[in-house]
Design a protein around this ligand. Structure first.
Ligand SMILES: Cc1cc2nc3c(=O)[nH]c(=O)nc-3n(C[C@H](O)[C@H](O)[C@H](O)COP(=O)(O)OP(=O)(O)OC[C@H]3O[C@@H](n4cnc5c(N)ncnc54)[C@H](O)[C@@H]3O)c2cc1C
Length: 390
């Protein structure tokens, strides 16, 4: 009998996209979690695709997951971002937990039970500065306690486990961090901030005091600085960019439909809006090229800790984040310009209002100013890699 996992990943995701498209408007209006999409992702067994086969997964590559994120985000960017965030955490687990029995068992559980992972890196007083924490792991015998003022945790109330960053110990420096895994029955969430936002409303990225107690074996073995370089930086920037690309691609497609309809009405077949549509298409191609280049770069160095920790790799991944967030926002703005009032209306097939509100989160999701400021220190110490060869 045909198993669901015998069906190619893309075909399974197409089914999920139909469900996402059906509920996207309501998810956005009500700022509610796209629960129907999560149910469908579970049914299609798409939550563990990157896990190794021997642990119950399908050993899919980051490039396949990036494309799945793009597909889903064309229909519901909130659902696409949930899927991206989950896979970023899964990638952290694969890279950081490979040598730990507890983390490998966790991979098996995720595959068996199709568990959803969340992320708590942002913290009150730290904001989006991923590489510093105020909260600290407090060890007591074989267990640890963590209390974190996590001002943004996407879909926290729907997670089966949350991975949080913290200082290694109460007397550790703010940059001496670890990542810990906490299972749903090991933590409490006391709400602090609601999520009534301009866009990405269905991610339900509310703020909480996250408080947990768990065995020390759930602390990732290596320092977070290493995990950030080996997994977080590439996985986050590539998968987020894939989400924004999906939003921009759909907005561009809607604008193209309005221009095609206008072209059919005109004797010369070429409305003036063809030109801005072509301009936006150039940007869309630039985003695609940047994502593909980053995926290839990551694939080349992913087993080489020195290359992953290098300044040039960090610059490349941060450049991707800034480039894709800027260009995708531009593309959606240009799609609105091209589609005109049809794009501005919320009740038109060419509407790009939700796309615009959703994509405006891209430059804030780790503020571009912060990223560029970090880049500005790195570029002084690095040589520009001008070669066109690999
Ligand atoms: C849709 C969405 C989902 C999210 N999900 C999660 C999640 O699941 N888990 C999680 O932990 N976080 C999540 N976040 C938070 C996100 O990753 C960032 O941490 C957060 O958006 C940063 O918040 P902030 O604007 O307060 O940034 P901050 O980094 O605190 O910056 C505040 C301001 O200071 C400026 N600034 C900061 N540093 C510099 C600098 N060096 N130079 C110049 N200006 C600077 C910024 O431009 C900004 O204007 C999510 C965010 C969004 C939008």
């Amino acid at each position: 009998m045909l198993e669901i996992t015998d069906i190619p990943l893309h075909n399974r995701m197409k089914g999920v996209c139909l469900v996402a498209a059906q509920h996207a408007g309501d998810v956005d209006r009500q700022a509610r979690f796209p629960i129907e999409v999560l149910d469908e992702l579970r049914r299609a067994r798409l939550l563990a695709v990157m896990i190794p086969r021997q642990l119950g997964g399908e050993q899919a590559g980051l490039e396949e997951v990036a494309d799945l994120c793009r597909m889903l985000s064309q229909h519901c960017a909130s659902a696409g971002m949930v899927y991206a965030m989950h896979n970023i955490k899964l990638h952290n687990l694969l890279v950081g937990g490979a040598a730990s029995d507890w983390h490998r068992q966790m991979m098996q559980r995720i595959a068996d039970e199709q568990l959803l992972l969340g992320s708590a890196t942002t913290e009150a007083g730290i904001g989006g500065d991923l590489r510093n924490s105020i909260c600290a792991v407090e060890r007591d015998g074989d267990g640890f306690h963590l209390r974190k003022e996590a001002t943004v945790i996407s879909y926290a109330l729907h997670c089966d486990a949350i991975f949080a960053t913290a200082r290694r110990a109460p007397d550790a420096a703010s940059s001496d961090q670890v990542m810990v895994a906490l299972l749903k029955d090991q933590y409490t969430l006391a709400p602090t901030h609601a999520w009534d936002t301009l866009g990405m409303r269905g991610t339900c990225s509310e703020g909480f005091i996250l408080e947990g107690l768990a065995p020390c074996e759930q602390i990732f073995p290596q320092p977070f600085a290493e995990l950030a370089a080996q997994s977080m930086l590439a996985a986050a920037h590539i998968l987020w960019s894939s989400v924004w690309y999906g939003i921009a691609q759909d907005a561009w497609g809607r604008a193209q439909s309005t221009v095609r309809a206008e072209a059919r009405r005109r004797p010369d077949g070429r409305p003036p809006s063809t030109v801005p549509l072509a301009e936006a298409n150039i940007k869309l191609h630039q985003v695609r090229a940047s994502i593909v280049e980053s995926l290839e770069r990551f694939a080349r160095v992913k087993k080489d800790p020195d290359a992953l920790g290098s300044i040039s790799f960090a610059i490349a991944m941060n450049n991707l984040k800034v480039t894709s967030s800027r260009l995708c926002t531009d593309v959606v703005m240009e799609a609105l310009r091209v589609a005109g009032i049809q794009g501005y209306r919320n009740d038109s097939p060419a509407s790009v209002g939700r796309h615009l509100r959703d994509v405006l989160s891209a430059p804030l999701m780790i503020a571009n100013d912060r990223v560029v400021s970090n880049l500005s220190s790195s570029i002084l110490a690095s040589k520009f890699d001008a070669s066109l060869l690999e």
